[in-house]
Design a protein around this ligand. Structure first.
Ligand SMILES: *[C@@H]1O[C@H](CO)[C@@H](O)[C@H](O)[C@H]1NC(C)=O
Ligand SMILES: *[C@@H]1O[C@H](CO)[C@@H](O)[C@H](O)[C@H]1NC(C)=O
Ligand SMILES: *[C@@H]1O[C@H](CO)[C@@H](O)[C@H](O)[C@H]1NC(C)=O
Ligand SMILES: *[C@@H]1O[C@H](CO)[C@@H](O)[C@H](O)[C@H]1NC(C)=O
Ligand SMILES: *[C@@H]1O[C@H](CO)[C@@H](O)[C@H](O)[C@H]1NC(C)=O
Ligand SMILES: *[C@@H]1O[C@H](CO)[C@@H](O)[C@H](O)[C@H]1NC(C)=O
Ligand SMILES: *[C@@H]1O[C@H](CO)[C@@H](O)[C@H](O)[C@H]1NC(C)=O
Ligand SMILES: *[C@@H]1O[C@H](CO)[C@@H](O)[C@H](O)[C@H]1NC(C)=O
Ligand SMILES: *[C@@H]1O[C@H](CO)[C@@H](O)[C@H](O)[C@H]1NC(C)=O
Ligand SMILES: *[C@@H]1O[C@H](CO)[C@@H](O)[C@H](O)[C@H]1NC(C)=O
Ligand SMILES: *[C@@H]1O[C@H](CO)[C@@H](O)[C@H](O)[C@H]1NC(C)=O
Ligand SMILES: *[C@@H]1O[C@H](CO)[C@@H](O)[C@H](O)[C@H]1NC(C)=O
Length: 581
């Protein structure tokens, strides 16, 4: 039995190239080459310029990057040009060699064909329907991301998609079929290829903390590239490096240092960079807790600021601090803040995250506008606080996200379209959908990427953090978003997010903390946690495929850690214990 497994696995190890796994795929063993002269053509309901060569795509893109035109077709055109540009770059600049996935010292590259290599002559993109008007900031369910991809042994390529983002996903998949040849050209050994594919969940995200440590815009853009390459979607961030022009003190006094700020054009730039790659950038301003950074500019609005010693009574991590809960000055502050920020975000996102996690009733004993820690007093005030925020969000046409405590701990009444992000337990999503709300999964015990690096605040050996140990990719791969969810409520699970909280993560290790582990979540959210026969997906067959994906990310400049040593990837599953023993 073990022998049979080994034989099968070493055969399929190489050919299963795509991450995340497509719904349907078949591949052959013919060799097809591609070079930079390949033409990519578009046909469909939008005007995107017709026939492209590389230069033409770039020129066209440059012209369109002035966003004076906000028609759907203009966005579609920019999305497709961006995808074409990325395809060229991925194939011809960031391409990887296949040596790690073939036997040691083997002659793994295809020899040139004596009767002439088969080259891809054209890549046809065919869009089957018009993009929705909100293609640059899609609401959940508004964009059909499905695509088909076929590569014939004669070198003809057809990619169809219902939307421009589907075509972009098809091009991403296409690039994953290819390796760079040592002679400088690029080939696949898998023709003919037939793939039809679509995601299981619409919301496939990464939550990035830009507050505990600052993340430069350039890092965030590369992170968006990596998310797009994993067919992921949405990212969000925390404050206060965020410049609010009408209240300059917030960032002038609330940032760590004067050069670590995001000015409005940085935010627009990131949103636009994401929109063109199918990654919607959603901002979070967490409140009323987690707001101690406001104290530096508006101390009168904050209670329980940096209580020392004994901060553990008031928060989970110093510096403590919460917005006063019964203070008209806080309402005025929030009104002004949102009036400044929301209209600027609106062109490129449909969502805003209101936070609401880790609210500690003890803080309100110290709040001069409350002077009570009674849960019922605090609950009533939280409801008023939430209602004010929700009303202002509605006024600007946003859909809100909140952390699960608002619903499951404080039992607040929320607008029915609120998306509730869970983190405290794998069971939380079940409780959220049972109450009729839409949920995101991402429990800390599986999808918090920061865990296991030790707690700065722990006094005693071995100084573990609360969510120790580190969650490896196989653990992350085991999360099934619809586990235990009744069938008639599964549509309320929109997807999920991994989180990278940043106590111990900054530019130096940002990508390594996130990749390639987040690939595991990307596959769960795109392909589902179960295979066609209803079994948990095999980590053994996923492993060589993930090793391939990791090489591709490194090729893009996204330096994630290796998942295996070449000794293992070069020979099927010999390292798997006990199977390979
Ligand atoms: C070599 O080229 C011929 C003619 O184009 C083609 O029929 C054959 O499949 C090719 N063989 C390989 C290994 O690519
Ligand atoms: C791409 O199109 C151009 C212009 O029509 C043509 O000269 C070129 O040969 C085409 N490239 C390929 C690989 O067919
Ligand atoms: C695009 O539009 C946004 C919002 O109207 C504006 O802030 C931004 O500066 C514009 N970008 C360009 C390149 O014109
Ligand atoms: C196109 O890709 C190249 C990498 O080949 C990159 O340097 C350039 O910024 C990209 N251009 C656009 C408009 O995305
Ligand atoms: C697009 O339409 C073609 C028929 O023209 C069909 O074969 C293909 O499956 C469609 N693509 C998608 C992603 O639905
Ligand atoms: C996958 O194939 C099955 C069976 O042929 C088909 O019913 C299903 O629609 C396909 N899925 C996609 C996303 O094309
Ligand atoms: C609100 O601010 C005003 C003016 O700064 C101040 O007089 C008032 O006491 C504040 N209200 C509360 C509840 O702190
Ligand atoms: C562009 O159009 C969309 C949809 O019609 C709209 O929601 C968005 O606010 C517009 N953006 C700008 C910058 O006008
Ligand atoms: C509220 O304060 C009282 C007295 O300080 C304390 O005994 C109690 O534990 C506190 N309750 C909460 C929920 O913090
Ligand atoms: C909230 O503030 C108002 C006005 O100062 C006060 O009348 C009310 O008692 C306060 N509510 C609570 C629960 O402290
Ligand atoms: C919210 O509801 C749960 C379950 O009914 C209950 O245990 C909890 O005490 C409630 N919380 C508040 C603040 O009322
Ligand atoms: C893997 O290693 C075993 C010996 O450990 C060897 O018999 C087998 O041929 C190798 N397979 C491949 C694909 O290299």
């Amino acid at each position: 039995m073990a022998m049979w497994w080994l034989a099968i696995l070493s055969l399929v190890g190489f050919s299963l190239a795509i991450w995340p796994l497509p719904v349907n795929q078949s591949m052959g063993t013919d060799v097809v080459w591609i070079n930079k002269n390949v033409n990519i053509t578009y046909s469909g309901p939008h005007v995107v310029g017709g026939q492209y060569a590389r230069q033409k795509a770039l020129t066209h893109f440059t012209r369109q990057s002035n966003n004076a035109t906000n028609s759907t077709s203009a966005w579609t055109s920019r999305i497709i040009n961006t995808a074409i540009n990325s395809t060229y770059a991925t194939l011809f600049e960031y391409g990887i060699s296949a040596w790690k996935f073939n036997p040691r010292m083997s002659d793994f590259e295809p020899a040139p064909n004596a009767s002439g290599n088969v080259y891809i002559t054209s890549i046809q993109l065919q869009q089957n329907a018009s993009d929705p008007a909100d293609i640059m900031k899609p609401a959940v369910g508004s964009v059909d991301e499905s695509y088909t991809l076929s590569v014939s042994s004669a070198g003809e390529v057809l990619i169809t998609g219902v939307s421009s983002l589907g075509l972009a996903h098809g091009l991403t998949t296409f690039t994953q079929l290819f390796f760079s040849h040592s002679a400088g050209s690029v080939y696949t050994k898998l023709a003919p290829v037939e793939i039809s594919d679509k995601p299981m969940f619409p919301w496939r995200g990464l939550n990035i903390d830009c507050s505990r440590t600052f993340k430069p815009v350039a890092d965030l853009k590369l992170m968006i590239d990596a998310l797009a390459y994993n067919k992921m979607h949405i990212t969000d961030s925390q404050s206060w490096p965020l410049v609010i022009p009408s209240m300059p003190d917030l960032a002038d006094k609330g940032a760590y240092v004067s050069f670590q700020k995001y000015i409005p054009s940085d935010i627009y730039d990131l949103q636009e960079y994401g929109a063109l790659r199918g990654v919607q950038v959603v901002l979070e301003i967490d409140q009323p807790g987690h707001t101690s950074s406001i104290w530096f500019s508006y101390p009168e609005l904050i209670s329980a600021f940096n209580v020392q010693p004994g901060w553990t009574t008031y928060c989970n991590e110093p510096p403590c601090g919460t917005l006063n809960l019964n203070d008209t000055n806080v309402s005025d502050f929030l009104e002004k803040l949102f009036d400044d920020l929301l209209p600027r975000l609106k062109p490129l996102t449909s969502y805003f995250h209101l936070g609401g996690d880790e609210i500690d009733a003890a803080d309100y004993e110290l709040d001069p506008t409350v002077r009570s820690n009674s849960t019922s007093v605090v609950q009533a005030l939280l409801q008023k606080f939430q209602d004010r925020n929700q009303n202002q969000l509605k006024q600007y046409g946003f859909t809100s996200l909140v952390w699960e405590e608002q619903l499951l701990v404080w039992n607040l009444t929320l607008p029915k379209d609120t998306i509730v992000q869970t983190w405290l337990s794998s069971q939380s999503a079940k409780e959220v959908v049972a109450k009729g709300y839409r949920a995101l999964v991402g429990a800390y015990e599986l999808w918090y990427l920061d865990c296991g690096h030790g707690a700065d605040s722990a006094k005693y050996w071995p100084y573990l953090d609360y969510c120790n140990p580190l969650h490896n990719w196989k653990e992350m791969y085991s999360l099934d978003p619809i586990q235990d969810i009744p069938e008639n409520q599964q549509h309320l699970i929109l997807g999920g997010e991994c989180s990278i909280w940043s106590e111990q993560t900054d530019s130096a290790n940002f990508f390594q903390m996130v990749w390639p582990r987040t690939c595991a979540a990307a596959e769960v959210l795109w392909s589902g946690a179960k295979d066609a026969s209803g079994q948990n997906r095999s980590q053994i067959t996923a492993s060589p495929r993930l090793a391939d994906m990791r090489e591709r990310l490194v090729g893009m400049g996204v330096y994630g850690a290796p998942i295996q040593m070449p000794f293992c990837t070069q020979n099927g599953t010999q390292c798997v214990w006990p199977l390979g023993a």
